[in-house]
Design a protein around this ligand. Structure first.
Ligand SMILES: O=C(O)C1=C[C@@H](OP(=O)(O)O)[C@@H](O)[C@H](O)C1
Ligand SMILES: C=C(OP(=O)(O)O)C(=O)O
Length: 420
């Protein structure tokens, strides 16, 4: 699908879509609880669908109802099929330890993009636990067989926090205490805090310790009714659209839901952006912004849209500590640098970030490419606010991964687009 943006979004009120990270987590906690849980206002997207399908294959009943997703579980069962994570790193990495609870052979696979993303930290844990594994490609397909045992495990904290989340889900259910120790500093820590907070709400306790976590064993997840709040990773696109001139009001956002990308508020304010956030409503105001140093170690997903804002801010910006952007759906450093250059941005790559010299406006009539990455498509669609003619984004269907209604919302906010 190609999208041509004839006129950028410009004004209106938007109910921010539910959080992808929270939806995955609530579904998994509910699947590990005995009985009937309800996940209200879940995100519907390809990634959350991957988690649903994988949990169903593990014997969990998940039904879409008017109230939300009804999850009924009686424990994790031997899977009936290959667990296919599509392109969702979260679904894969969260569910590897969970699937091992079935104590049988399980095979994981995903689309080519996911097959390239690292799974290394689990192989370290399998070696420590005595779990057998076989890989039939770079990382996936991955066949595993064995029984998780409580103990002390070491992994790196800088490759992906998703390994920590996956282990924290499964370890409390084992018949003894465990320790998870990180031998490099944890990046994306807020995501792990979100995991622990959601586990707490389903009755499970995790205790942070020096360099890691203590996980008491013999715990039980307790069924719950849980409502998903708005997604800061997606609101970030509209917040920056507002700073660049659109007149927007964003609702359904909650403070303190441990969303790493809430950091967009600090980054933008530090650059001179004026954002009002009260009672779950964000109103970004059109502002003049200045170059800054943006450290993405804790909130990688807002990298592409921060690059757009930096490219349109006065002076020089340095995006740093962003090496993990290279192991997402695309190499996001190369992808956003290449596409913004086509628009006339003064941007160059470093090993783990970007250096950006601000310009006043972008060029138009350009053919841009998605790199099969939802966050690149959405960042470019917002960049259109500062072009004075149309742009075309090819491969725009990548938005389905996390925000299938992105362009419907774009049109509600008075953007004019056509599809080809
Ligand atoms: O736990 C999560 O929900 C996520 C963690 C982050 O990954 P890393 O920890 O690999 O940076 C983030 O990029 C991803 O989109 C979602
Ligand atoms: C990287 C992302 O997700 P995941 O790691 O779950 O594929 C994302 O949503 O930007």
């Amino acid at each position: 699908m190609n999208v041509i943006i004839h006129k950028p979004l410009s004004e209106g009120e938007l109910e921010v879509v539910p959080s992808k990270s929270i939806t995955h987590r609530a579904l998994i906690a509910a699947a590990l609880a005995t009985g009937r849980s309800i996940i209200k206002r879940p995100l519907e997207s390809e990634d959350t669908e991957a988690t649903i399908q994988m949990l169903r294959a593990l014997g969990v009943s998940i039904t879409k109802t008017e109230e939300g997703l009804v999850v009924e579980s009686n424990g994790i069962q031997k899977p009936s099929e290959v667990l296919f994570a599509n392109e969702s790193g979260s679904s894969l990495r969260f569910l590897v330890p969970v699937a091992l609870l079935a104590e049988s052979e399980v095979t994981f696979d995903g689309k080519p993009g996911l097959r390239k993303r690292p799974i290394s930290e689990y192989l370290r844990v399998f070696d420590q636990m005595g779990i057998e594994y076989q890989q039939f490609g770079e990382n996936l397909p991955l066949k595993i067989k064995g029984k998780m045992v409580p103990g002390e495990y070491r992994i790196s904290g800088h490759i992906s926090s998703q390994f920590v989340t996956g282990l924290l889900y499964a370890l409390p259910l084992l018949n003894g205490d465990s320790k998870l120790l990180l031998d490099t500093p944890l990046e994306s820590k807020d995501y792990v805090d979100m995991t622990i907070s959601i586990q707490n709400q389903f009755g499970v306790k995790i205790i942070p310790i020096d360099q890691g976590y203590f996980i008491p064993g013999n715990q039980k997840y307790v069924k719950n009714t849980y409502e998903v709040s708005g997604d800061f990773s997606q609101a970030a696109f509209h917040i920056i659209a507002g700073i660049l001139g659109a007149n927007l009001r964003l609702t359904k956002l909650e403070e303190n839901t441990h969303q790493a990308d809430e950091k967009v508020l600090d980054f933008v304010r530090k650059m001179g952006g004026n954002i009002k956030f009260e009672n779950g409503v964000i109103e970004p105001k059109s502002s003049k912004t200045y170059g800054s140093t943006i450290d993405l170690s804790q909130s990688p997903d807002i990298g592409p849209i921060m690059a757009v804002l930096c490219a349109l801010s006065d002076g020089t910006s340095y995006i740093i500590n962003a090496s993990r952007l290279r192991i997402k759906e695309s190499d996001r450093i190369t992808a956003i640098t290449t596409e913004l250059k086509k628009l006339g941005a003064k941007i160059s790559e470093t090993k783990d970030g970007m250096i950006i010299e601000g310009v006043k406006k972008f060029k138009s009539n350009m053919n841009l490419y998605s790199w099969n990455d939802h966050r690149i498509v959405m960042a470019l669609a917002i960049a259109a606010i500062r072009t004075d003619g149309p742009i075309r984004i090819t491969g725009a269907e990548a938005i389905n991964k996390s925000y299938p209604t992105f362009f419907e919302d774009y049109v509600k906010l008075k953007g004019v687009i056509s599809y080809e």
